[in-house]
Design a binder for this molecule. Structure first.
Ligand code: FRU
Length: 534
């Protein structure tokens, strides 16, 4: 349906048609980035899941390849579900994935490339003795899925984790193996949190305490912390916590014992994410599935559903020590075309300022904001109880916010997606910063999600407020304060499309003038080529 084709993105990864969900088995192999994904070849809704496959040399431009694995064995006939790749030191590649059997039991299976000298790894072989793991005693047959990448430990074995639950407690089981054919379960759990339900797509990896580089999944020691990430089936959000892993005792202890399930990778739509170590650029890269927030009916009409977020590098934030920094991979900068700079634009309390740019549907925006210092001091107390999700959105005026940008807006502002800072000031004089995305006026369509997303942003003394935004037709990704807080939204404007889309600065604070400096790039489209057999 061409009427809806503008919603397709131009530089985000998407199959040509049909449904996609979780990222699977990302890795770097012989010069190519491999990306697999949960895919329904038969329609734009979840079902009949197989593995799609694409390759890239830069994580931005892609070549689609034939399906890597289809549901053709008793042990995965109900679905070739999520899994992870482990590249062994001798160059071999093992893929562990979950199969849903003919009786809908979740089992773990092993697959490997048919031909390691093919850098595109087009053909995959399923191990003849699959399944390699069945749900252990005490675990429900439907709660045993999504093996992680394996890490190598000092006892000469590989270990990996699988998410599950016991009653309403979410847990991570750990297995070890020498050859990926026979496995043993370790006593104890790597982690568990009461009342969180089933843990999907667990991810477990080291981050350096000091270096600005990523680490191979097997790195341990005093210089690293380990990230434990879980995708909560209950609320469809990804949470992570930092902690210390002791590979000898197989324990992982969170830095903050009160952190519970942790903090969100992204306060918008971002789920079932997975990282891999990119040895070429010595970085850890995060992929996350960004679903639709329109109706299933609309998805069927347009013939496709879901995109993947721009891959993000992940580092420990050494300034705060308590959160990660997520940032679009540097290769996305290669799509930048012409740019326009705006220097210290003054936006008075209660005003909107148009930003005159060529086109506003494919953008990379870097913006800084400064609040009038006097107003900051004058304000005694403001918004102490604020939270994005429970607020009235960008229309709710406070002394020190909201202020930010209106993206994917039409000229009359009847459609607009405000992305903005909101500052709360406590009676103690302390400031708390939030960043929100208000979808309530993002579309005239009635069958789309109009929530207000957002969350807390750590801001250190003397730091300017800053945000980077990637706008791509129906997706807006926000990276705040260098990626301490991220928010991804899907929005479906009906008027603010193609040449009619506009960009504005706004300040809906009652007290403070805001000054903003911006650099805005037009973004090129990425090549995402279909596969054509010779
Ligand atoms: C997460 C998930 C995984 C499962 C896969 C099935 O979105 O439910 O737990 O393996 O998707 O498509």
């Amino acid at each position: 349906n061409s009427m809806l084709s503008w919603q397709r993105t131009s530089f985000h990864f998407q199959p040509e048609k049909n449904w996609m969900n979780d990222p699977n088995g990302p890795m770097f192999y012989k010069g190519w980035y491999h990306f697999f994904y949960q895919y329904n070849p038969n329609g734009a809704v979840w079902g009949d899941i197989v593995w799609g496959h694409a390759v890239s040399t830069d994580l931005i431009h892609w070549l689609h390849l034939p399906l890597a694995m289809v549901a053709d064995q008793w042990y995965d006939i109900n679905g070739v579900w999520t899994g992870s790749a482990t590249v062994l030191p001798n160059g071999e590649v093992v893929m562990l994935y979950t199969g849903s059997t003919n009786e809908s039991v979740q089992v773990q299976n092993l697959a490997y490339p048919a031909n390691l000298s093919d850098p595109l790894l087009i053909e995959w072989v399923k191990y003849s003795d699959n399944p390699v793991l069945l749900p252990p005693p005490g675990i429900n047959k439907n709660d045993f899925r999504d093996p992680t990448t394996a890490w190598y430990t000092s006892d000469g074995k590989w270990k990996f984790a699988i998410g599950s639950r016991v009653n309403t407690t979410g847990i991570t089981l750990v297995y070890h193996t020498k050859d990926f054919k026979s496995y043993e379960r370790l006593d104890g759990l790597l982690h568990s949190v009461p009342d969180t339900g089933m843990w999907e797509c667990v991810d477990f990896y080291p981050v350096s305490k000091t270096a600005g580089k990523g680490l191979d999944t097997s790195v341990t020691g005093p210089g690293v912390k380990h990230v434990m990430k879980t995708s909560l089936d209950n609320d469809r959000q990804d949470y992570y916590a930092l902690g210390i892993y002791d590979e000898k005792t197989d324990t992982w202890v969170p830095d903050n014992p009160n952190i519970g399930i942790g903090i969100r990778y992204d306060y918008g739509i971002f789920y079932a994410s997975k990282t891999f170590y990119d040895e070429q650029k010595e970085r850890r890269v995060l992929w996350g599935w960004i679903g639709e927030s329109d109706s299933e009916f609309a998805d069927m009409k347009k013939g496709w559903a879901s995109v993947q977020g721009i891959p993000r590098t992940v580092l420990l934030d050494t300034k705060t020590g308590s959160n990660l920094l997520q940032w679009p991979v540097e290769e996305v900068d290669s799509l930048r075309l012409s740019s326009k700079e705006f220097d210290k634009v003054e936006v008075k309390a209660g005003s909107v300022v148009p930003l005159n740019i060529v086109s506003a549907t494919q953008l990379d925006i870097v913006a800084e904001f400064e609040l009038d210092k006097e107003a900051l001091e004058r304000t005694a107390q403001s918004n102490v109880e604020f939270s994005c999700g429970y607020s009235q959105g960008a229309a709710q005026r406070g002394a020190l916010g909201p202020f930010g940008l209106l993206v994917l807006a039409d000229e009359s502002l009847s459609e607009q997606t405000p992305v903005y800072f909101y500052i709360a000031k406590g009676t103690d004089g302390n400031l708390t910063t939030f960043f929100c995305v208000d979808q309530s006026r993002s579309s005239e369509a009635t069958d789309v999600n109009k929530q207000i997303h957002g969350g807390y942003v750590p801001v250190l003394k003397d730091e300017k407020l800053s945000v980077r935004l990637l706008v791509d037709h129906s997706i807006v990704e926000s990276f705040v304060q260098g990626g301490r807080t991220c928010i991804t939204s899907r929005v479906y404007p009906t008027k603010a499309i193609y040449g009619a889309a506009r960009l504005f600065l706004f300040n809906n604070a009652t007290e403070a003038t805001v000054t903003s400096s911006l650099k805005i790039w037009q973004m090129n489209s990425a090549f995402i080529h279909p596969f054509r057999a010779k």
